[in-house]
Design a binder for this molecule. Sequence first.
Ligand SMILES: C[S@@+](CC[C@H](N)C(=O)[O-])C[C@H]1O[C@@H](n2cnc3c(N)ncnc32)[C@H](O)[C@@H]1O
Length: 259
Amino acid sequence: MSEQDNSMTNSALNVLNRTRIVMVHTSHSGNIGSAARAMKTMGLHHLVLVEPKQFPSEEATALSSGATDILERAVVTDTLEEAVADCDFVIGASARSRNLPWPLVNPREMATKVLALPEDAKVALVVGRERSGLTNEELARCHVHVNIPANPDYSSLNVASAVQVLCYELRMSAIASQEQEKPEWGVEWDQPLAKGKQLEGLFDHWEKVLVDIEFLDPNNPRHLMTKLRRFVLRALPDEVEANILRGMLSHIDKKLRRN
Ligand SMILES: C[S@@+](CC[C@H](N)C(=O)[O-])C[C@H]1O[C@@H](n2cnc3c(N)ncnc32)[C@H](O)[C@@H]1O
C-alpha cells in the first residue's frame, strides 16, 4: 500500500491492498504495463500473471509509465488455480454473456459486494486473454462475473482499460464507504471464508464421490459439476461449512469402502 495515499482511512485503503488483479494468458506485454499503470493510479498494487506470453519485457516497462514497482512485484503462475488459491472471493471479468448463467454484476455492484466482505478477505479480479477472454472453465472458478455495460454494438474493452474501470469503481466504493455505514452482510462473519484451494479440494472430492455412487457419468457429465460449483460459490461458504461438506463426503467414502 502506498504510504503517500492518505486520502482514505486505513480500512478503506485496505480493500485496495487485499485485491489482486489476475491477468490470464496475456499476449501483448504492453497490456501488462498499461494494466500496472491503471492499477497504481487507483491504489492497487498486487498483480498476478498467469502464463503471460512474455514477461518481464521492455514494452511492459515502457507502458507502465513509472508503475515499475508493480511489475517488479508481480507474481507469475502456471495456472489460474494457483493464482487464486488463497483468495476468498474471485470475480471474473467477461465482455460477453455465456451459455450457463452465473451471478452477474456491473462494476459498481461488484465494488459494493467486495466492500461488504469481511475486512480481511482476499479478493481476485480476473481478466482474460485479449483475443478470446476467459474460458468457461476459468469463469466457473469465480464467485461472480462482472460485465462493464459498454456499447452493445462494441462492448469489448482493451484488457488494460477494463482493469482501469474495475479498479476505479473499487476505489470509488472505498472512498464512499468512509462516509456510509458499513453494509451489515458479512461484516460480523464468525468464520473465515473458504479459500480457493479448499474449495477446489471440495469440488474434486465431490466429483469423485458422485462418480463412485454412479450419480455422475464421467462420459456424460452434463455440466453437473459446473452447476454444483455455481451453487456453492453463490453461497460464499466459510471454512467450517466447506469442512462439513468435505466431512460428509469422507463418510460416504468410508461407507462405500465398507460395503
Ligand atoms: C479484449 S477482452 C476479450 C474479448 C474476447 N473477444 C471475449 O469475447 O471475451 C479481454 C478481457 O478484458 C476484459 N473485458 C473487456 N471488455 C469487458 C467488458 N465489457 N466487461 C467486462 N470485462 C471486459 C475481460 O476480462 C476480457 O477477458
